[in-house]
Structure formats: structure tokens, C-alpha cells
Design a protein around this ligand. Structure first.
Ligand SMILES: NC(=O)c1ccc[n+]([C@@H]2O[C@H](COP(=O)([O-])OP(=O)(O)OC[C@H]3O[C@@H](n4cnc5c(N)ncnc54)[C@H](O)[C@@H]3O)[C@@H](O)[C@H]2O)c1
Length: 419
């Protein structure tokens, strides 16, 4: 069992809050810092601002205080940066939050006499820590506050089971700027049951991108096979089952469908592609993975148009979240589909067990209804594989399925996107 530490965590979103609660449950004292005052107020009132399994109970028991004040970093021994790193319109990673956060940490560390560890947990493209973050720290560091170390410690949790994944990771990657910093971070993780791999900074950054790019590739791969299967009347789910027995392949991430969304896979793929181009390499495979993913949306809309004329039609959506178990709609496949249908003059009615409020912030003009009301539309699209969609009555309906919901096959007109 490692020493109990005082840890500051910057950015209390999915990753930051999971890290805060996870380390908190391990007995460490946590100071959470977020620029969003509402979030800070909620967390201090023991309310979890996002939907994530197990977080309410964890927040009730862990020792966590939240604040907007970076000065609180001084009371901690180490700081994890978990702020957002979205991509801009060209796919290039946007580092505004992480740069600002680093500057504020270093400003604060001027007043600290002893060693402090800064850990980059946000996803950043390879070489960002060496070429951007460390130079900011060096430029800003005054006479004091020079005794700091840097590690890159990418996070691999899945939304919907963020805390569980944080506590039980498949592996822990420690990219270390120096041995002392790596040793300290390894000690912090000593009571986690997972292999620990220590690397240099840029390798740790690349491991995160390579992992997400591989998962995205696996999905676009099975979607391509699925598109082929559909033309030959072959069930791609049976094909995936047959492939999955091969331990070199594995069954996971072989569910053909409308494609991948969410806050990570699409943006990380775009950011890696942009980085590759920036250093003079054309990443053709990765570009095609992304193109195939976008094409699945067009395929779904075209299938729908085979069965209904969109102008004036009522189209019902089952699912808005980017995947089941979360209320997150960032880069959800529902977004481009709704956009396309509105453009064609359709009326959209939608149901999702968790994500309607978040989707409404993006699309206030569509109707948010019950699942039963969705079933009364002229045609129904299945966008998210929520388990409850396996318990609806689809008889007599027109269903275009983007996710492989078995029960929907009873509809009078049923088409799967790749089956
Ligand atoms: N969401 C995931 O499933 C997941 C998984 C692995 C890695 N990641 C990566 O982790 C990072 C965080 O992702 P997330 O989904 O938790 O993001 P998020 O948007 O849910 O949370 C980011 C938080 O940082 C806060 N913030 C932004 N700038 C700040 C600043 N200067 N000072 C203090 N707080 C600030 C925001 O208010 C927000 O609460 C990203 O780099 C992401 O790619 C995300």
C-alpha cells in the first residue's frame, strides 16, 4: 500500500472526476479544481454533474473538495491535468485549455519551495508535452518553483463505466520526464492491479492515440465487411461471432453499425491525422477509417429514403447518446443524421433514456417524446443500442436499424444498416 497523498486534479469532467473519485476511494485527499463554478458548487454539494455509474456513492465517501482557485494546488504534492483537448474544424488538437491550465499551475508553483509533480492525463498528440507544455513551464518558472517533474499518464476509461475502468484499468502507462517523477507516479498506482509500463513522454502520448486509432479501425473494418455482407445477404453479426473466436482478433469492437462517435475516437483520430500531415506523413489508412465512418451516416439516410419520402415525414429516433450507459452526446452519430433529416424537411421525434436534455441543448427544434411515441412515427431509426430497445413492440413498423437490436427484426419493414 502506497503513502496517502494530497492530490490536486484540474478539470472535473469525465476523466478528472473519475480520477478524483478513484484516488479518493483509495484514501488519498483530493483537491479538485475546475473553471466551471456550477460544477464546483454541485460537487461540493455532493451532486455528480454527469451521469456515471457508482459516482454518487463514491462522492459521498471520498475526501474531495472542489474549487475554482488554482492557489489550492499549493496544498498538494502532485497535480493531474484532466482538462478537455478538443479538435478544431481542421481536426487539429486545440490546446487552449491545457495551455491556460499549465500557466496557472506554474504561476501558483512559484510560491512552492519543494518538489511538485505535474501529470498530463488529458489526451495530447505525441510531442505536445515536450514541445508545448514543458516549455510553458520552463518559461514561466521563476527563481523558486523550479523543482518540478512531469509525467504523461493517459487515461483509457470508457464513459458509462468511467469510475470502474479507472479503478480497474487494463494497463497503466507512465511516460516519465525523469526517473524520480516516474517512481513517484508508480508508487501512487502501487495498489492498482494492472501492469505498469514506463516509457518516455512521447511514447506514452502515442500509446493513447494508437489504441484509439486501432479501435476506430476495427469498427470501420467491420462496417466495411458489413456493407459487403448486406449486398450478399450475409449476416455480419454471425461473421463477427465467427471471427471473434480467433484470439488474435477477439469479438470486441466488431459490432457493425452506424459508426463510432463520442468525445474520443473521432477527435483523437482527427488529431492524429492532423499531426501526421503536419510532420509530412499522409496517413491513408486512418483517413479512410474516418471517411468510412462518415459514410455509414449517409448509408443510413439512404436506406431510410428507400422506404419513406422524407419531406413532411415523421421520423422517430431511438437513442441519441453516442453509446448506451451515458448521457454524453458529443459527436454522437445522431447529430449528423438529425441534421440530414431536418435539411430534407422531415419532422424528428426522439427518445433516449438519459441524453435528451443534452441533445436538446444542440437541437431545441426537434420533439422529445416517449419511446412509444417514437414508435408511432412513419419510420424509426435505431441510433444507440440501449438494452430497453429490445423490449419494445415493433410489429407493423418501419425500422432502419443502425445498431443491431434483435427484437426490431419483428418490424414489418426492417433493414439493418449492414445486415
Ligand atoms: N471522456 C472520455 O471518455 C475520455 C477517456 C479518456 C481520455 N479522455 C481525455 O481526457 C481529457 C478530458 O476529457 P473529459 O471527457 O473528461 O472532458 P470534459 O469536457 O468532460 O471535462 C473537462 C473539464 O475541464 C474543465 N476545464 C477546462 N479548462 C479548464 C481550466 N483552464 N482550468 C480548470 N478547469 C478547466 C472544464 O470545465 C471541464 O469540467 C481529454 O483530453 C480527453 O480526450 C477522455
Amino acid at each position: 500500500m502506497g503513502k496517502k497523498r494530497i492530490i490536486s486534479i484540474i478539470g472535473l469532467g469525465y476523466v478528472g472526476l473519475a480520477s478524483a473519485l478513484g484516488f479518493g476511494l483509495k484514501g488519498h485527499k483530493i483537491i479538485g479544481i475546475d473553471s466551471d463554478q456550477d460544477k464546483v458548487r454541485l460537487i461540493n454539494g455532493k451532486t455528480v454533474p454527469i451521469y456515471e455509474k457508482g459516482m454518487v456513492e463514491a462522492l459521498a465517501s471520498a475526501e474531495i473538495s472542489a474549487t475554482t482557485d488554482y492557489k489550492q494546488v499549493l496544498a498538494s504534492e502532485m497535480t493531474f491535468i484532466c482538462v478537455d483537448t478538443p479538435s478544431d474544424e481542421d481536426g487539429v488538437i486545440f490546446l487552449g485549455s491545457i495551455k491556460k491550465s499549465t500557466e496557472q499551475i506554474v504561476d501558483t508553483l512559484q510560491d512552492k519551495g519543494d518538489y511538485h509533480l505535474v501529470v498530463i492525463k488529458s489526451t495530447v498528440v505525441p510531442m505536445t508535452t515536450e514541445e508545448i507544455i514543458i516549455p510553458i513551464m520552463k518559461a514561466k518558472a521563476g527563481v523558486r518553483g523550479r523543482d518540478w517533474g512531469v509525467c504523461v499518464n493517459p487515461e483509457f476509461l470508457r464513459e458509462g463505466r468511467a469510475l470502474e475502468d479507472f479503478l480497474h484499468p487494463d494497463r497503466i502507462i507512465i511516460g516519465e520526464g525523469d526517473r524520480k517523477s516516474g517512481d513517484l507516479l508508480q508508487e501512487l498506482y502501487s495498489d492498482f492491479e494492472a501492469p505498469i509500463l514506463r516509457t518516455d513522454l512521447r511514447t506514452a502520448e502515442m500509446i493513447k492515440y494508437a489504441s484509439n486509432a486501432f479501435l476506430a479501425t476495427k469498427l470501420s473494418f467491420i462496417n466495411e465487411i458489413g456493407n459487403l455482407c448486406k449486398k450478399m445477404n450475409i449476416d455480419v453479426y454471425q461473421v463477427a461471432g465467427g471471427m471473434g473466436y480467433d484470439e488474435r482478433i477477439g469479438r470486441k469492437f466488431l459490432n457493425a453499425g452506424i459508426g463510432f462517435g463520442g468525445s474520443c475516437l473521432p477527435k483523437d483520430l482527427r488529431a492524429l491525422i492532423a499531426k501526421a500531415r503536419q510532420i509530412g506523413y499522409e496517413p491513408r489508412l486512418l483517413e479512410e477509417v474516418l471517411r468510412l465512418n462518415e459514410k455509414q451516416v449517409t448509408n443510413l439516410v439512404q436506406l431510410l429514403q428507400k422506404h419513406v419520402s422524407l419531406k413532411g415525414a415523421c421520423v422517430g429516433f431511438l437513442g441519441l447518446a453516442f453509446k448506451p450507459g451515458t448521457d454524453d452526446v458529443r459527436d454522437s452519430r445522431a447529430i449528423p443524421v438529425v441534421q440530414a433529416l431536418l435539411q430534407e424537411g422531415a419532422t424528428v421525434k426522439a427518445y433516449d433514456p438519459l441524453a435528451m436534455a443534452n441533445f436538446k441543448a444542440l437541437f431545441p427544434q426537434i420533439y422529445y417524446v416517449t419511446a412509444e411515441e417514437v414508435l408511432n412515427c412513419d419510420a424509426i431509426l435505431i441510433i444507440t443500442e440501449w438494452e430497453e430497445f429490445n423490449h419494445l413492440d415493433y410489429t407493423g413498423k418501419v425500422v432502419i436499424d443502425g445498431r443491431g437490436i434483435e427484437k426490431a427484426r419483428e418490424a414489418s419493414i426492417y433493414e439493418g444498416i449492414c445486415w
